[in-house]
Design a protein around this ligand. Sequence first.
Ligand code: SF4
Length: 161
Amino acid sequence: MDSPGEDGKAGEDHVTWCPSGEAHRPESVVLGVRSGDDGQVVYLAEPVPAAQVLPSIPEGIAPHRVLRFASHCVSGCANRVGDACGLIERIQTLPSPDATGAVPRCHLRPHCKWWTQAGVDACHRCPAITTLNSPGDQLAVLVADPSTTTEQLQNWIAAAE
Ligand code: SF4
């Protein structure tokens, strides 16, 4: 992770990364593998360039279905709200997961936008986040939609209870 950041400064300290990133950007790395019945992410100990892994994914399987990727946090992202990430803000609107356990060991943490913005709470929620959502999962689709407000999410959750 030593590419220059958006601000053009060299060195990894100046690069902020999205933990729900793109698979096909030049800097993209594999963050973790989705596993088990619930597809929770198991994080890699070290980043692996996505370009090394993508050719081994069978045709017809969307890469995000089996892997989570990290790529640079960019100012043009639809989820940006000023300098903040609106996606993790929406995710934090959802009921809290069990937050008593340790946070995952994760190679991205020193550069992670969600960690920088939301700290331990983001890390407790992170393994359950899918970058590719099933159209049948209405709540997940709402959370992923940059136009959804946190108030709309709160109303949806309240109506579902
Ligand atoms: S939110 Fe936490 S667990 Fe997820 S990628 Fe960022 S540092 Fe890692």
